[in-house]
Design a protein around this ligand. Sequence first.
Ligand code: UDP
Length: 231
Amino acid sequence: MKFKRVLVKLSGEALAGKQQRGFDHEVITGVAKQLKTLVDGGIEVAVVIGGGNFWRGRTSGDMDRTKADQIGMLATVMNAIYVADVCRSLGIATSVQTPFALGSMTDLFSKDKAVADFKAGKIVFFAGGTGHPFFSTDTGAALRGAEVEVDALFILLIYRITGCSVVILKMMLIRPSIKRSCSYVDSEYECISPVVLSNSIRLKASAKIASPSYRVKLSTIAKLSQESNCA
Ligand code: UDP
């Protein structure tokens, strides 16, 4: 199975490497190279990156949650700008879109512009999440994925278990026939967005994962965060 357009969502920590905070340039270059393999393979690529390598609103203590989440959303913008610039240095054209205006730093989210950018071979970064507090970038990824009609979402989660990073890939297929809703394959997900949980979609997804050509694709995308794994 060949996807035409995919959205890859990375935890902010996927950019942090061993120090688990901030940016690790080598790790980010590895991520950008993996994104390039997707683009070079003729796939249209959207990327959402979290902000957990800097800040998460929900772990900000006594701070006003709305303000804390605003900081989190800005952290996702910093991440997108960094990764987009490394992509640029590798020769991939990019654009960064946010749901709020940031002057000349980003473009305002527009489905039409995103689609034009995909067609032009650009990786489109959707930064700033949904633009609203109390949401996560996973929700933002589901929302943007549905809006720009990707064929699949790939969500790379990084869990810390006894100091090691474990990268878990979750794949959610978008049912092409449902234009306005995102058919999420994983029911354990927290998601407050136009998401339809569907067992039939889950079955179809399992069948597709089992096909050999699909396995190749998964392994390519899974490499995105391999640098964050414990040896
Ligand atoms: N955030 C938000 N609204 C959104 C998306 C993100 O307020 O629609 C804020 C929130 O504070 C969140 C932070 O941005 O904790 C970083 O996003 P996330 O926690 O999803 O990052 P990740 O865990 O994937 O690195």
